[in-house]
Every structure is written in C-alpha cells, then in structure tokens.
Write a protein that binds this ligand. Structure first.
Ligand code: WT7
Length: 637
C-alpha cells in the first residue's frame, strides 16, 4: 500500500439524497432491505435472480466453489441469446424497439426485437454454413452500430465465442488477439466515420489477417458501402453471408460454464490477458445489475456511450439491457463532432432517459463549457451513470447540476472486465456521495482489507477484495490458468484482489483510490505500462524504457515515457515524434505517450526491476519513500 496518498482523498463529501418520488417509483425502493436479504444467503439470492431468466435445463446447485475456480449453476443448460432476444418474441415486446442507432453522418437505423431476432438468426445460419460453430472463436472488429451487437449475438447463438477488439486498436494488436484465441472468422466493416473522416477498418484487418493462419473467413458489414479490397474465397460481405439464409435458427444448447466471450485487457505484464466469461453466470450478473442499477423501465430510452470493444459495451449495451427488454440507443462517432453539442442534441432529439458514460467525457464537456448543454432540452433524463475511473467530486457536481438538472441520481459504478458486471455502486434510491462508488451490490461480499485479509478500519486505505464468488466473475484467463491464479488470488490469500486500492467510510461506502499494480487508466481505458514499454523498446533507437501515468485534466491519466536511447542515436524532438507514432502503430492511439523524456539511466532494484514508483514520486515532486531495494548503481551521482 506504499506510495498511496490517502489524506488528499479523505475529505468527506455530503451525501445527496434522491427525490422521494424517484425512490417511490424505483425498481428497488428499499436497497437496504434487498442487501440484507441477499447477505443472509447469497447463493439462494443469486439462484432466485437466475430463475427470472429462461434455462433449457435447471441447475443442480447454485455454485461449486474450489478456489480459485468457481462454477456457477452446474448442471444447467442455457444460451444467453435466448434471454437477450428470443424470449421477448412471445411477449408484447416483439415489436418494441430493441436498438436505435445514429451514425455520425446522420444515418439512422432501428431494429425491433423481431427484426433483431431475424438478423441474428440469418447471421447465425450464415456462420454455420461456413462451418463455424461450437467452441470456435469469432473476432469482431467493428464500429458502434447495431450490426456489432448482431455479430456478437449471432456468434453466441451458435455456441461459438466472440472476441471483440476495439476498432481503435492497431493491426498488430488485432493480430495478436486473433492469434492468442485462434480466431476462425473475423467480422468487420468496410469502415466507419470518426470526426468526419473514414476509419479504414477493412484495410487494418487485411494487414492483421496476413499473419493469422487460423482465420479462414473475413466477413465485411457494409457500413459505408465504399469499395474495399476483397480476397476471393476468404472474404464476403455480411449481405453475402446472410443472403438466402432462413430467419429462424435454433440456439445451441450450452452448459452454464461454456464460453460466451473472451475480452482482452491489460495487466502488469507486456501481454494482454484474455478474460473469459461464460453463458450461465455472466447472464445472471449482467441481467440483475442492469435492472436494479439503472432502474430500467419499459418506457425508458437507455444510452450507454461505450463501445462494445470494451466490457462496458458487452454488459451494458448488448447483453444486460437486451435481457431486460430495453430500448438501447447507440451512436457512432466522437462526442464533440461536428460540435460540442452532439450528445446533448441526441438527448433532446430522441428523448434519452438514462445516460451512462465515463468521467473523462464529463470532464471534457465541463471544459468545453455549459453553454453547449444549455442550448438543448435535457429534461427527459432521469438517471445518470458513471464508469471507468473514479469521478472527481467537481465533475460529479457538474454532471449532476448541468446535465441532470439537479434532479437525476448518479450511479457511480465500480467494476472490471474481470467482474463481468457492476459490483459496487450506490443504487439509485440510495443517497449518493460524490467521488465514492458506494456500496457492494446485493449478494456481493466486497470489502477493503490489509495484505492478510483483515478488514481495514473505516477511513483506512487497503486492498479492494471480493470474498466470495459471484455469478459473472471471470472463468479464467484464456490459455493461462496459472496467470489467473497469480494475478487475482495471491495478493490476499483466499480472496479475489481487484488490483485497486480503496477506503471504506463509516456508512460502508467504498471510495476507489486507484490501481495498486502497473496499470494506467487513460480516459477510463486500461493500459499496461509494460505493454507500452515493450512497444518502445521494439524501436531500434531505444535501449530501455519505463512508463508511468501522469495526471491529465480530462483523461485522468496519460502515459509518460522515460527512454534511454542507444549510444549511436541523437535523442530529440524527431525521435520523440517517431516513438510516439510507433507506439500508436503497435498498440493504438490511446497508448501513445503524451511526453517522452530521454534519460541516461533508470532507477532499478538490485534484482534489475525498474522502480516506476520512484519515477512517479520524482515526477510529482514527492518524497521517494522506501528506497532500500534501490540499486545505487542504477542512478547517476
Ligand atoms: C478498472 C477496470 C468497468 C468498465 C470499465 C473499465 C477502474 C472502473 C470505476 C469506478 C473507480 C473505476 C478500476 C478498475 N474503475 N470503474 N466507478 N470508480 N474506478 O473496465 O478496463 O476492466 O478497468 O477501472 O481501477 O479496476 P476495465
């Protein structure tokens, strides 16, 4: 826990109570009662939640728990796509809008549940006709559009598992993820609009697939309708895939623990980890949290501004809301293009009721000025959400006052790619404390402890852990069970350690302080310092590199690199620009260091590990703390 400045974050914020009318009408109007009931018998609680969904065969027991592996609903059979789509077809929701989409150029599409089902089925049948099926990996590299969700659902329906790769990742990052999971097919688009420019997704795919021997098929959704190069035998359009396919399709019967998706995220080593989730447990977590955290009602138009390239999109654009029969809004493009009013104009024009976004976006809009949101009627909003990083109280208050008109509860939701669904948040009927995520979700035994697992007193920082398994927890790291155990189950013996530091207040509210490992949080996206470092040292001019996060007004944190150049090169602005570009090429623009400082040496331990903590302290002008492990020879006199 060294190096964490606890005092600065401990000032108590006054709690903001939701309006009594809101509480009265809320899906959960007495959160304390729900939490108490769940805590009495969490397994029975989760089984009760699970029974609100359809299963092809019931479970024998709620969970088998053999540390660090848990198997939820053993014996049960299901398919999440049945709950997300098919089961609505026999209800009044059949012709309710499931997805409403607006492209950056003003294009519009709406899919009712019946239309969504037809398109998913045609896609599923098309994939089956190509020989894709149970246990195969389908990589999806697409912009935010209904077809991104349709590709995910079609893949899951036939028992294959998807690996969605964010469309901002480079060809090399895409290639590595496809090779790690042995992808058999890749679904992409010809391109997408971003700030008025075309993002050439298909061209990036071609570069990636050239080095992916396992990829047999590339399917191209024609988002733009522009001509792209097609490789005969390997490539076909989405229209060609689905042409002549039946609009009915049976869901593959999956065991509860069968894989639904793998999603890559950064950790403390250079190699991204493939976090695995399965049909049975994941569907229960995503379903319950969407229903209660967002207070989702059938009349709501719900907008989560994420991209399904991240876990937020998986759980809170696609699976969670659709399982609840919601109407989901999606938008392509940048939040401030063509101008800073895009989002607010969308809220006014469509009448969005629930908005779920990231603190980095809130801070960006804060800087652009309230005159932008003030031009629009935002009175349809009734609930706001925040995710991805701690929201600073100042941004919280701005979000509450300017966007929420002072009357919308804000749910600050803490969770991770690994947790699958929200684990910590004040529910909308709870008092909200700016800057604090809030209370563990019903049935979740999350707490703040020391390295031995002892509960920390109120107000004292420690490790954020979860003591007992929860349904949507990860099923492991793809192809690497040891890394799964080492990463999550060894920091505190017998508990899931999230990699975050946190502090609990007297009301039990948990405030997340930041990461305890070498992971950066750039605009709510997780990046590993080692990943960026290995991208830097891959350049011929670089001998060694160390990356730390430095504070940034809008993005929260941005990477700064310390680089030792080889003797024969001249470090300077040209090399700096070249290295930044090289990182963008290898990983993606989000990983590009903001600053590169050329240095002669890097502080290291006697065993040769770079002491990033010292670089960070030096950068902030803070005391260096414990330097007993520092190798004095590693720093210049
Ligand atoms: C890490 C997980 C969960 C979807 C987006 C990020 C940080 C996330 C919060 C929050 C404080 C948060 C944590 C966490 N984080 N939400 N509400 N308050 N910190 O998913 O990429 O898996 O990153 O994001 O550090 O461990 P992810």
């Amino acid at each position: 826990m060294e190096g964490l400045d606890l005092d600065s974050v401990l000032e108590e914020q006054d709690a903001v109570a939701p309006a009594p009318e809101f509480v009265q009408a809320a899906a959960v109007s007495d959160p304390d009662a729900l939490r108490a009931r769940a805590a009495e018998d969490p397994e029975a609680f989760w089984a009760e939640v699970a029974s609100e969904l359809d299963w092809f065969k019931p479970w024998d027991r709620a969970v088998d728990w053999d540390l660090p592996f848990a198997r939820w609903f053993p014996g049960a059979q299901c398919n999440i796509t049945h709950n997300a789509v098919d089961r609505h077809l026999s209800t009044w929701r059949r012709h309710k809008a499931a997805l409403i989409w607006e492209g950056e150029n003003g294009d519009r599409e709406v899919f009712t549940y019946a239309e969504l089902a037809r398109e998913v089925n045609r896609g599923a049948n098309g994939l089956r006709a190509l020989g894709v099926g149970r246990g195969d990996c389908v990589t999806i590299y697409m912009p935010v559009c209904p077809q991104q969700a349709i590709a995910m659902l079609a893949t899951a329906k036939i028992g294959a598992f998807h690996s969605v790769v964010f469309g901002g990742f480079s060809a090399e990052a895409l290639r590595d993820r496809m090779n790690d999971a042995n992808a058999k097919a890749l679904i992409t688009a010809d391109g997408a609009y971003q700030r008025g420019k075309v993002v050439p997704l298909k061209a990036t795919c071609d570069a990636a697939v050239a080095d992916c021997p396992s990829v047999e098929h590339v399917i191209v959704y024609e988002r733009l309708g522009t001509a792209v190069e097609m490789v005969t035998g390997r490539d076909r359009t989405w229209a060609e895939l689905t042409d002549g396919q039946a609009s009915e399709s049976t869901a593959e019967v999956m065991e509860a623990a069968d894989p639904l998706f793998v999603l890559y995220t950064s950790g403390s080593t250079g190699k991204p980890k493939g976090i695995m989730h399965s049909h049975g447990g994941y569907q229960v977590g995503a379903y319950a949290t969407t229903k209660w955290v967002f207070d989702l009602q059938d009349t709501d138009l719900y907008w989560c501004t994420a991209d399904s390239g991240w876990i937020t999109g998986h759980s809170y654009i696609v699976y969670g809301p659709l399982m609840n029969g919601a109407t989901v809004f999606m938008a392509e493009g940048a939040p401030d293009f063509p101008d800073a009013g895009r989002w607010w104009s969308i809220i006014e024009r469509y009448g969005i009721n629930i908005l779920y976004t990231a603190p980095t976006a809130v801070r960006m809009f804060m800087r652009l000025g309230e005159e932008w949101p003030d031009k629009y009627d935002l009175s349809s909003l009734r609930l706001l959400g925040s995710v991805g990083e701690p929201i600073n109280p100042e941004a919280w208050r701005w979000y509450h006052r300017v966007i929420g008109g002072g009357s919308c509860p804000i749910v600050d939701t803490w969770w991770q790619t690994e947790t699958g669904s929200i684990l910590i948040t004040a529910l909308p009927a709870d008092p909200q404390k700016p800057g604090s995520a809030g209370l563990p979700f019903p049935g979740i035994d999350a707490d703040v402890v020391d390295e031995h697992g002892n509960r920390r007193p109120d107000g004292v920082g420690g490790y954020l852990v979860v003591r007992r398994p929860w349904p949507s927890m990860l099923n492991g790291i793809y192809g690497d069970p040891d890394r799964y155990r080492d990463t999550y189950w060894t920091t505190v013996d017998g508990m899931y350690a999230a990699g975050d530091a946190a502090v609990r207040d007297a009301d039990g509210y948990i405030r997340v302080l930041g990461r305890t490992d070498d992971v950066l949080n750039v605009a709510g996206h997780r990046l590993g310092t080692m990943e960026i470092e290995s991208a830097l040292v891959a350049h011929e001019a670089v001998a060694e590199a160390a990356v730390i996060g430095i504070p940034h007004e809008v993005k929260g944190e941005v990477p700064k690199a310390f680089v030792i150049a080889h003797d024969h090169v001249e470090p300077g602005a040209d090399l700096e620009a070249e290295l930044r570009e090289s990182v963008a090429q290898q990983i993606g623009k989000i990983a590009r260091p903001q600053v590169i400082e050329f240095v002669g040496s890097l502080p290291k331990t006697r065993s040769g590990k770079i002491m990033r903590r010292l670089l960070k302290a030096q950068e902030r002008g803070e005391a260096l703390g414990d330097t007993s492990t520092l190798d004095p020879g590693s720093i210049p006199d």
